[in-house]
Design a protein around this ligand. Structure first.
Ligand code: TEU
Length: 560
């Protein structure tokens, strides 16, 4: 057996839960742990191997839990530690592993460490954070926060600034301080000792800052702290001390990274992390790199990014494959057609991703083809980034309210955070109270109950994709070649291992198309194993393939 057959997660599919929006067991309007427990059987039916839970620790919830004030306790909004222990035990009983989100680039400013450090240069925790003197009475550098505005906030009492790459309530930790690294190991060990199976590491490639802090005359500062000078050393230290000791699976969230860095982060020798998320394939609808814009996606660029990463990671590292998460708009709205061809395009997008090499992630609701909600007023948004950017685009960039709302409807993180649509009841069955974020209007058509009743639903299609990954080895082991990189409508790629060849054909648009399979492919010896118009797969396979709008098909050939 070679390396990539060994670990369970290489043939696994992972399901992401954003607890706040998943299922409320009562009437608080906020999802909770008991709600998650009540849906474990549903997830078992889907067939996923593990659940990644976004943060449920104590937090003032300025950034919905990515601002942690106590790493050792559960936020009462979600339940208590006994609830968590029960969730872990019940998931394990059903053969589902649990992955927790670890946010250690920063803490909440309400964390005891920061509270002790603030206004007190003598605090033993002062050096847990990054402090700098003002320059000419101003912030030490021009670095920008990812959520808008300068990345430094002033501590008036000591007249020093602290760094916050995200909200000002999220202070960056100083990883140069070995005590911080010891704390991180203790936190992770605490949860690993409970039996947690793995960890997703929030913006982990930003933890190592440079020693001297300079103005960025070319950009927003990210080139100084992204994949910083000691990041690999730190990851190796943590892996050695905890991840490898407990056999934890790890997935690092890598912000604005490069292939070369990711090869090292997820190298097959297991010295750092199991796998990595990168976001390049989701920047294809950014205008000149700017997220807050509204333009059609660049299809050729999407394919070329996938080729770059699929080929570059092959034999070198391991990718987490994903279209959706709690920070990204819904993929069926973004790249598909969320009206007439919602079901077909959701299945096609799933196919084009799930036939690649890596470990796929399904974000809650994606498995039933949930869409963006199409909010039309700023009052409907809750996400701090969206609210900040609304203000900046309106008041600093002079955009009209109409334009800003159109951009938010396309790009806001709240697009994916609307409550999961369970059934046709009030609030889509998410809560018996008032949901913290408004449910999308299409819940009477798009919901889990309906999906489970319909054998052609997006849900059963995902179930099949999850199964195929376990049955067909080329999906895990094969190499990758784009067969039609210049085609303006079709995304067709080949996966090939010693034993098998797989061809994945996807029509990304609402018009019919034709595709010629490679002339040297012995079509008579293979067969179609999957498609979103299954009735069209029956009969003789020919080189010429006629595709309906948003059609996809997967062809498999066993080598002799
Ligand atoms: O996100 C990191 C990150 O940089 C982005 O996904 C970010 O939210 C986006 O670029 C903004 O446009 C992680 C978490 O997934 C996110 O929810 C947190 O807000 C962020 O870290 C801070 O902890």
């Amino acid at each position: 057996m070679n390396q990539i057959h060994k670990e369970w997660w290489r043939t696994a599919t992972i399901y992401q839960i954003y607890p706040k929006s998943f299922c409320d067991s009562g009437d608080k309007g906020i999802g909770d742990i008991k709600g998650i427990i009540s849906k474990l059987d549903y997830l078992k039916t889907l067939g996923i191997d593990a659940i990644w839970l976004t943060p449920m620790y104590q937090s003032p919830m300025i950034d919905n839990g990515y601002d942690i004030s106590d790493y050792y306790n559960i936020n009462p909004d979600f339940g208590c530690m006994a609830d968590f222990d029960l969730l872990l035990a019940m998931a394990h009983q059903k053969g589902i592993r649990i992955i927790l989100d670890i946010v250690v680039n920063h803490t909440s400013t309400e964390h005891n460490w920061f509270q002790s450090a603030l206004g007190n240069k003598d605090s033993e925790y002062r050096d847990y954070y990054i402090w700098k003197d003002p320059i000419d009475d101003k912030a030490p550098t021009n670095w920008q926060s990812k959520f808008g505005g300068n990345a430094w906030a002033l501590d008036e009492k000591t007249n020093q600034y602290y760094l916050h790459l995200f909200a000002k309530e999220q202070a960056d930790l100083n990883w140069e301080n070995p005590k911080v690294r010891e704390e991180v190991k203790n936190i992770i060990s605490f949860w690993a000792e409970k039996g947690v199976d793995g960890f997703r590491l929030d913006v982990i490639n930003l933890i190592s800052k440079p020693l001297d802090y300079q103005h960025d005359h070319q950009g927003d500062g990210r080139r100084f702290y992204t994949d910083g000078p000691r990041v690999h050393e730190y990851l190796q230290e943590i892996s050695d001390a905890v991840f490898n000791k407990y056999g934890s699976v790890t997935v690092g969230e890598m912000s604005s990274t490069s292939l070369e860095q990711c090869q090292q982060y997820s190298s097959l020798d297991g010295k750092e992390l199991s796998m990595v998320f990168n976001f390049h394939h989701l920047k294809i609808d950014y205008q000149n790199g700017e997220k807050w814009s509204e333009i059609p996606f660049d299809f050729l660029q999407l394919k070329s990014i996938f080729s770059h990463w699929q080929q570059g990671m092959f034999g070198n590292g391991w990718s987490a494959l994903f279209w959706c998460n709690h920070d990204q708009p819904r993929i069926v709205t973004r790249l598909g057609d969320d009206k007439e061809y919602r079901v077909e395009s959701a299945k096609m997008l799933a196919t084009s991703l799930h036939m690649m090499q890596g470990t796929p992630y399904i974000y809650q609701g994606e498995e039933i083809g949930m869409t963006n909600p199409g909010y039309t007023s700023i009052e409907q948004y809750r996400d701090l980034e969206s609210i900040n950017m609304h203000d900046i685009m309106l008041n600093q960039q002079g955009k009209s309210e109409e334009d800003v709302l159109a951009i938010l409807a396309q790009k806001s993180r709240d697009n994916s955070r609307t409550p999961v649509q369970w059934n046709c009841d009030k609030n889509a069955g998410f809560t018996s109270g008032t949901p913290w974020l408004q449910v999308a209007g299409n819940y009477t058509d798009v919901n889990v109950e309906q999906a489970l009743k319909d054998k052609d639903s997006v849900f059963y299609y995902y179930q099949r994709l999850i199964m195929l990954r376990k049955e067909i080895e080329v999906i895990t082991t094969g190499d990758y070649t784009d067969l039609a990189p210049e085609h303006s409508q079709l995304f067709c790629y080949r996966r090939r291992s010693e034993q098998q060849t797989l061809i994945c054909i996807n029509n990304y648009y609402g018009e019919a198309a034709e595709y010629e399979l490679p002339a040297d492919l012995d079509v008579e010896k293979g067969k179609y194993i999957l498609g979103n118009f299954p009735e069209l797969l029956i009969g003789e396979v020919t080189h010429l393939v006629k595709l309906k709008p948003y059609e996809c098909r997967v062809f498999l050939l066993e080598h002799e």
